[in-house]
Design a protein around this ligand. Sequence first.
Ligand code: LLP
Length: 424
Amino acid sequence: MNLPGSPHVAYRGDDLSLEGQSVSALAQRFGTPLYAYSKTAMLDAVAAYQRALVGRDHLVCYAVKANSNLAVLQVFAQAGCGFDIVSSGELHRVIAAGGDPAKVVFSGIGKTRAEMAHALQVGVMCFNVESEAELELLSEVAVQAGRTATVSLRVNPDVDAGTHPYISTGLKGNKFGIAHERAVATYRRAAALPGLAVAGIDCHIGSQITDTTPYLDALDRVLDLVEAVEAAGIPIHHLDLGGGLGITYTDEVPPSAEVLVKLLLQRIDARGHGHRKVVFEPGRSLVGNAGVLVSEVLYLKPGEQKNFCIVDAAMNDLARPAMYEAWMGIVACTRRDEPPTRMDVVGPVCESGDWLGRDRDLAVHAGDHIAVLSAGAYGMSMASNYNTRGRAAEVLVSGDEAWLVREREQPADLFKGERLLPAR
Ligand code: LLP
């Protein structure tokens, strides 16, 4: 039976499988909570972007924040991807995974002097600069390092991506990007400052976008700016259209990456910008549907108003429901031939906000495994140690192999680096 999301996550008979491997068997082998990812699903997802970009000067920069496991980065590096990073830490990860720094774009509104110096030293492809103050500092750091920083300005196109307010980034009231009206002046400043070379323009309007209209509107705004900037004598070589494409959690029907990219390229060509390199920064759409979070049912707790299904994964493992009230599919790893009960699926953390799903119909017993679907993006990468819970293990499945790509955190890992006060 097909489930929403990836064809690589499906029931085989009554058993949930990932690339054909039993998810319960993975849970037994590696323990729970467990993030399990399908490599093939990731490769299929990136291939959809690449197919639409064939014959075009392009770079797909995987947004590391979505899932920053080294093996995941390695998969994308080997598929020819570049990376969109937002910290020095992510840059270290990309390099450790074998990624090419010359294919890295560095985004984010709060780059520190040290992060700039690190990125310059390894030679990233481009800094996506988000403010005039950042531009001044980058120039200073580059001059000091005797290097040239290649820059794009992230412009705020002021379009509504129609998504959750916390993950919408392209509106005027957001902290991101340079206001449309300030863009030409800021480009002039960038062109005048020492140590900087203007290369492109960048925008990113939000995440989990399921409609093509905001993308096309943002593109039009960006192309208007490109024309204005070039009229001011500053050439723009690449267009970075950000990430943001949504996935199916329940009944969303986002455009496929191939359709979206083709539409954008058509508009780019129609407006006479077809000669420019295009860059995308997808995160969720490359990994979201490729992963599940597997958890064991600890207790069933029936109640007068609510029934609870208490599982061993919690908000520290998967923050999206608690943080955005995000709806994520939850299924039994082995289906039982019993009528389901309506329950809230909750974790052991001491907060009422610690839930993974509300009012779900499930037929499960204590000791069964459940899987949270489409958990490959912003799951493990947002996990914390809250309640001094060790973070989950991660496993990458490929055909009939399953690789442990991150060990479960052990108690000793949890307070490593902490110090007792000296004895009196
Ligand atoms: N580029 C930039 C500059 C970004 O800020 C982001 C995501 C991306 C690319 C990748 O966007 P994606 O293709 O994954 O939508 N934690 C939230 C999502 C936060 C997205 C932050 N920026 C969630 O779980 O829904």
